[in-house]
Write a protein that binds this ligand. Structure first.
Ligand code: AMP
Length: 223
């Protein structure tokens, strides 16, 4: 049976990077609400215009906006029998309840919420040095401090320009961390009660974290 998972952790904990390995192993569809919003900003859609300033300053986009994105994307996937991996959603207790409601409506359930745990000093280095491919969100990510591209500013995979997210600076990170502590962390209590939580140390190399994550998911789900 298809798995439905959430990858959870503070900004810069490696959710997007680790999501790839999990999706590959379990054949899941990756949905990053941050990626959907950034694409909308790039294309200057009404959603993008609404989200642009909020995201650059490190604030959350309103629940009803992200709830709509998630509903539109996951309902057809679940109907088609696909498993999903949510990255960056839910970020508030209200969003977690919204997700419960959709899954219940569809007779589906959440199997795993994987939490990447990492020290906050490490996050500053990761976030402020992060560079992304302007063409494909699956390329990279790079880090000017510890995973630089071969040619500065250029994606190794496709030769496109790299860019720095406008919210990847110390000031916006402070706001994002505060929101994470105040609004996002309380979600974990909700999932602890549902007995779907697994915790993984997020501070190792990409492959160390991936091995540990895949082994924890396998023990939790028996698959
Ligand atoms: P991310 O790529 O997950 O770090 O998300 C980047 C930014 O997009 C966040 O700092 C928020 O401004 C916005 N965003 C992404 N997901 C959500 C969400 N579930 N709820 C509210 N805002 C979100």
């Amino acid at each position: 049976m298809a798995l439905n998972c959430v990858i959870f952790g503070p900004p810069g904990s490696g959710k997007g990077t680790q999501a790839e390995g999990v999706c590959r192993k379990y054949g899941l569809e990756h949905l990053s609400t941050g990626d959907v919003l950034r694409e909308a900003i790039r294309r200057k859609t009404p959603l993008g215009l609404k989200a642009d300033e909020l995201i650059s300053e490190g604030h959350l986009v309103p629940d009803d906006v992200v709830d709509g994105i998630v509903r539109n994307r996951i309902v057809p996937l679940i109907e088609a029998g696909k498993g999903i991996l949510l990255d960056g959603f839910p970020r508030t207790v209200e969003q977690a309840h919204f997700l419960d409601d959709i899954l219940e409506e569809m007779n589906a359930r959440l199997d795993v919420v994987a939490v990447l745990e990492i020290e906050s000093q490490e996050l500053v280095k990761r976030i402020c040095g992060r560079r992304l491919c302007s063409k494909d969100t699956e390329h990279g990510p790079y880090n000017v401090n510890f995973m630089p591209p071969k040619v500065p500013g250029i994606c190794d995979d496709c030769g496109s320009d790299l860019f720095q997210r406008p919210d990847d600076n110390e000031q916006a990170l402070e706001e994002r961390m505060e929101i994470y502590r105040q609004q996002t962390l309380p979600i974990l209590e909700h999932y602890r009660e549902k007995e779907v939580l697994i915790k993984v140390a997020g501070s190792g190399t990409v492959s160390e974290v991936r091995d540990c994550l895949l082994s924890e998911i396998s023990s939790k789900t028996g698959s």
